[in-house]
Design a protein around this ligand. Structure first.
Ligand SMILES: C[S@@+](CC[C@H](N)C(=O)[O-])C[C@H]1O[C@@H](n2cnc3c(N)ncnc32)[C@H](O)[C@@H]1O
Length: 287
């Protein structure tokens, strides 16, 4: 991929920060504090089975926060800071890199008085730290958007200490969000696949992380199979994966106005489906 592609990616995420607008929430007229509370509220909402309730650290079913006490950690793609905030409560040093200038501005404001948080705007394709600097690297929904994803995974491995661990959330090619919402409804019924001349990657990019139906999607959004993960992450000593997604994926199928799945299946059954076929890979790696 070219530098121009990375510039487009930076421009997109600077213009479209990860704030999850919708409903009554208008981030352009909100204070930074309202934005942080809004995003954190969503991360803790019951829509995501992988997120926690109001007291537990977010994602503590995937991240062993106790093991990070006093350690040196990196978050790639810190967004508005909901995860680096949790990491900074236990780590001695929490470094963050993110291409988006808006994320940098918002998170720099958020952590202006937090001495162990250090933020920068370089690419994960060239992480500005020496080999073996970090005990732990976290990245939530980021590297599948990078111009050269393989380079980023190799960089994660390079900056980890031997035996160090990483946690990544990556898009999965599967589940109702991918096949039903994107491919069937937006691709076939609404004609997206035809407009993109059946170039699936180009169509999927156009409908992923778009703020609403009329806004553009992120320049790159890869959706991985298990085989893709094995190929991209094969140099790590250990790979452990789990599947999850937002509860909305298996609720209200086949149509939002006709909540058929909710009538037919119990909450426990829909959660079981979510752990077997949904939009996210939760990947734990060891160097
Ligand atoms: C969907 S947002 C996720 C932000 C945050 N992790 C969250 O969950 O709210 C994707 C992020 O990936 C970042 N990104 C994309 N390519 C990158 C790269 N090569 N290096 C660093 N960050 C990158 C973007 O700037 C953006 O912040």
């Amino acid at each position: 991929m070219t530098k121009a592609t990375e510039n487009n990616i930076q421009a997109f995420w600077s213009d479209n920060p990860m704030i999850h607008p919708g409903g009554d929430f208008d981030w352009r007229t909100s204070t930074p504090e309202d934005i942080f509370a809004h995003v954190e509220g969503l991360m803790r909402s019951e829509k995501g089975t992988h997120f926690q309730g109001s007291d537990a650290p977010i994602l503590d079913n995937f991240i062993d926060y106790d093991a990070l006490r006093g350690k040196t950690v990196l978050e790639i793609g810190y967004g508005v800071g909901w995860l680096i905030n949790e990491l900074s409560k236990v780590a001695a040093e929490a470094q963050g890199i993110d291409l988006s200038k808006s994320h940098f501005a918002l998170s720099s404001h958020r952590f202006r008085d937090t001495e162990n948080v250090h933020l920068q705007v370089p690419s994960a394709e060239a992480i500005p730290f020496p080999d073996g600097y970090f005990d732990f690297v976290a990245s939530y929904g980021v590297i599948h958007h990078a111009a050269d994803d393989q380079k980023c995974y190799d960089e994660v491995r390079r900056v980890l200490k031997p035996g160090g661990c990483a946690f990544l959330m990556l898009y999965r090619k599967g589940g109702p969000k991918y096949w039903w919402q994107k491919m069937f409804k937006q691709g076939l019924l609404k004609g997206g696949l035809f407009r993109h001349r059946f170039n699936v990657a180009s169509f999927i990019n156009s409908v992923t992380d778009a703020y609403d139906e009329d806004s553009p999607g992120a320049p790159i959004s890869r959706h991985y199979t298990m085989r893709d993960l094995e190929r991209l992450l094969g140099r790590f000593a250990k790979i452990d994966v789990a599947v999850t997604g937002n509860r909305t994926e298996w609720d209200f199928l086949p149509a939002a106005f006709l909540p058929l799945t909710n009538w037919l299946l119990s909450r426990a059954q829909r959660d079981w489906l979510l752990r077997h076929s949904a939009a996210y890979w939760m990947v734990t790696l060891e160097k």
